[in-house]
Each structure stands twice: as C-alpha cells, then as structure tokens.
Design a protein around this ligand. Structure first.
Ligand code: SF4
Ligand code: SF4
Length: 168
C-alpha cells in the first residue's frame, strides 16, 4: 500500500511533462497573445490579403461600415502589397500602423484578418501562408484584394465602389 502514492506522483509528473511538450510544439499564433509576439512573428502574421489598404465608408446615420474596392494610392494591386512599406507613414500620413492596441480597437479589419482572428482566439484559415507555407494561397483562395482594386487616384466617388469582400 505504501508504494501507491509514489506511483501516482510519477504518473502526474509524466502527464505534466507531456502537456508542456505538446504546447511547445504548437505554432506561436496558438500559444501567444498579440502582445507576446516578437516583431518577426507579428509581421509574419499578416496574410498579405491587402484588404486593410482599401477605403471603408461609414454611414453617418447608422454608423454602418461598407467596404470599397478603392485602394490607397501606395497600394500595388498586382503584387497586392504596399509599394513603399518602409516609408509608408511618411508618404501616407493617415496609414494606420498596426499594433496589438490598434487591432483591439479597430472594428473595420476584415473578418479574415489574421490579427483579428488571433485576437478572437480563432485559428488561422488553411490558406494563411503560415499554415500553407505558400504566400500565394491567400490569392489562390480568392481571399485577397489582388487584381480587384482601383487606385484612389483614379477611382472617383467612393460610393460608386462599395463591394463585399469574400470572408471565408
Ligand atoms: S487585413 Fe490583416 S491580414 Fe490582411 S493585409 Fe491587412 S493586416 Fe494583413
Ligand atoms: S501606405 Fe501602404 S500600408 Fe498604408 S494603407 Fe497605403 S498601401 Fe497600405
């Protein structure tokens, strides 16, 4: 009878060690909060969809938001990237630099945005480059703004460009 507590203790320790190993094996977006990510992890979390570089319309009376296909002047619709990411804030002062605090406040990030998903404790979709290992899958899945936007310098009134971006 005396041997029993010893055996129980050992088993518990084994379970704890196994649980730790399993957690360590999970990718960072499943184990860290937005605030805990390193700068490299933070940057890699962006799926490259480009939808946050498009204008949104907010209706005064209802506060409702509408997406448009009008992209920021610095957005390259073919590569689906900012054409001067490093200097973006100097060239486009109202470009919003994403931080955990900003992400938690913004209600207009698309439902597919990886920052938003992690904030809501949801997993990334199969087409996210971190999951698929391929930066093209976000485009192949039809999720991104690539090839679907008009530059703000050519667009005219935003009201003429309201769209529904795919969000699954
Ligand atoms: S919407 Fe989110 S995931 Fe898509 S480009 Fe913007 S920050 Fe990246
Ligand atoms: S400056 Fe670059 S990152 Fe900022 S909204 Fe424009 S295209 Fe997007």
């Amino acid at each position: 009878m005396k041997a029993r507590p010893k055996t129980m203790k050992k088993k518990t320790a084994t379970v704890v060690r196994k649980a730790r190993t399993a957690k360590e094996a999970l990718p960072f977006w499943k184990t860290k909060t937005l605030e805990q990510m390193t700068p490299k992890e933070w940057e890699s979390l962006c799926d490259g969809c480009g939808k946050c570089c498009t204008y949104k319309l907010e209706y005064e009376e209802t506060g409702e938001l509408a997406q448009t296909n009008v992209a920021c002047r610095l957005f390259d619709g073919t590569s689906c990237q900012c054409s001067d990411y490093k200097n973006r804030k100097k060239i486009v002062p109202d470009c919003i630099l994403l931080t955990p605090k900003v992400v938690r406040k913004m209600n207009w990030l698309p439902n597919t945005c990886a920052y938003r998903l992690v904030m809501q404790n949801k997993d990334l979709y199969w087409w996210h480059p971190l999951v698929s290992g391929d930066p093209q899958t976000v485009h192949q899945a039809g999720i991104s703004a690539r090839g679907r936007v008009v530059n703000e310098l050519d667009a005219g009134p935003l009201e003429h460009h309201v769209v529904d971006w795919p969000d699954k």
